[in-house]
Design a protein around this ligand. Structure first.
Ligand SMILES: Nc1ncnc2c1ncn2[C@@H]1O[C@H](COP(=O)(O)OP(=O)(O)OP(=O)(O)O)[C@@H](O)[C@H]1O
Length: 361
């Protein structure tokens, strides 16, 4: 069995999202065969993405059918220059909203804990200068330790539920709101990003402040944001603001991974009847209208608020709502992976002069 024979066999596997097989789309990078083992490097984009795990499993079974032992490795197609800005951080997911109070920090903390629960190394940076409460939602009370690392003073973030957590709140205190304006905000945030010593992360979740102010712009300018997750509640006042804030992502070429509709349905615990307190479907319509993926609806459930107040995100708990948060974490990982596989496909097509037919994830 030569590497080319194996590539032929692997081309029977279709990427479920890109509309092409894994060889033509460039997902299969190097293939070497020796001593009964096939070593294959794949351009998989996201650790613990259910779709990519399934793809890797298909590759393994084709290799086994060919009478070889599979040895897979993965190198994602990253944004150019990303490694220089945040070394050791693989993907940055910014959680945004057009309006305050729609549950952005709740989604960010559950997403971070949910990804960690899937086995990923995860950090959460709370950049919400107006209400840095994501650490509390993750049960973090300790401030970061200052340690001397390679001759530099660095901030070592505390960990909770498997998530390393750093926050503008604990780092600068709440006594100087002026720095969060204009160029000051930019330099303060840039310094903070440089100072935090993450231990090597698969995902860094960034909780942005609501709206489109200086801090959001700085994050998009400074960090290699892989994609943004947009949280909205269903009613028109929220979706209108969300639509406006999405334009900002376009200006910084930041892909939007998808729209999440929070606080959609409340199921009465006494009579089990369902109520759409803030309306229904606004997030779905917004996604339809903008052509972005709709990542689903999260119910209005007191257990979500209790989890946030107790510092144990509901995603780690039991029940239907917890399951919805868990599958959201999987879908976000899937979107990160798809974005990178798509980038790989475009690069492969570009270098070979082939026109790609893939769509935005
Ligand atoms: N699906 C939900 N069901 C019940 N309560 C929720 C839900 N989502 C969020 N909450 C609660 O609503 C409140 C506001 O949520 P959160 O702080 O996450 O919003 P935010 O959009 O981050 O607000 P901010 O404007 O401070 O950035 C919190 O008390 C939270 O526990």
């Amino acid at each position: 069995m030569t590497p080319d024979d194996l590539r032929d066999r692997l081309s029977s596997i279709d990427d479920p999202d890109l509309g092409d097989d894994v060889v033509s789309s460039g997902l299969v990078r190097e293939v070497t065969v020796g001593d009964g083992t096939a070593s294959i490097n794949l351009a998989l984009g996201a650790v613990h993405s259910p779709t990519e795990n399934a793809l890797a499993e298909e590759v393994r079974s084709v290799v086994r059918e060919a009478g070889l032992d599979p040895d897979l490795s993965a190198t994602p197609e990253r944004k150019p220059g990303a490694e220089q800005v945040l070394p050791g951080v693989d993907a940055v997911v910014a959680v945004a909203s057009g309006k305050g109070g729609v549950g952005k920090s709740t989604v960010a903390s559950n997403l971070a804990a949910g990804l960690a629960d899937r086995g990923a190394s995860v950090g959460l940076f709370d950049a919400d200068v107006y209400g840095p409460n994501a650490p509390q939602m993750l049960g973090v009370e300790a401030a970061p330790e200052i340690e001397d690392i390679d001759g530099e003073k660095r901030l070592v973030p505390p960990e909770s539920h498997g998530v390393e957590v750093a926050s503008v709140g604990s780092l600068v205190g709440d006594d100087d709101p002026v720095i969060w304006r204009g160029p000051m905000a930019h330099s303060a945030l840039t310094d903070l990003f440089d100072d935090v010593a993450w231990t090597g992360l698969d995902y860094l979740v960034v909780d942005l402040p609501p709206g489109t102010g200086d801090v959001q712009m700085s994050v998009l300018q400074t960090l290699p944001v892989t994609g943004a997750l947009v949280v909205t509640t269903p009613q028109a006042v929220a979706t209108d603001d969300t639509r406006r804030s999405m334009r900002a992502f376009g200006e910084f070429d930041t892909p939007v991974l998808g729209v999440v509709e929070n606080m959609r349905t409340f199921v009465c615990p006494d009579c089990e009847s369902a109520h759409d307190v803030f309306g229904a479907g606004g997030g779905e319509e917004l996604a339809d209208e903008t052509g972005l993926p709709y990542l689903g609806a999260l119910p209005l459930d007191p257990a979500v608020r209790e989890g946030g107040d107790d510092g144990t995100p509901l995603v780690l708990g039991e029940g239907e709502t917890a399951e919805t948060f868990r599958s959201l974490a999987g879908r976000v990982a899937d979107k990160v992976g798809l974005l990178r596989r798509h980038r790989r496909m475009k690069n492969v097509a570009g270098s070979e002069g082939v026109v790609s037919s893939a769509t935005h994830p």
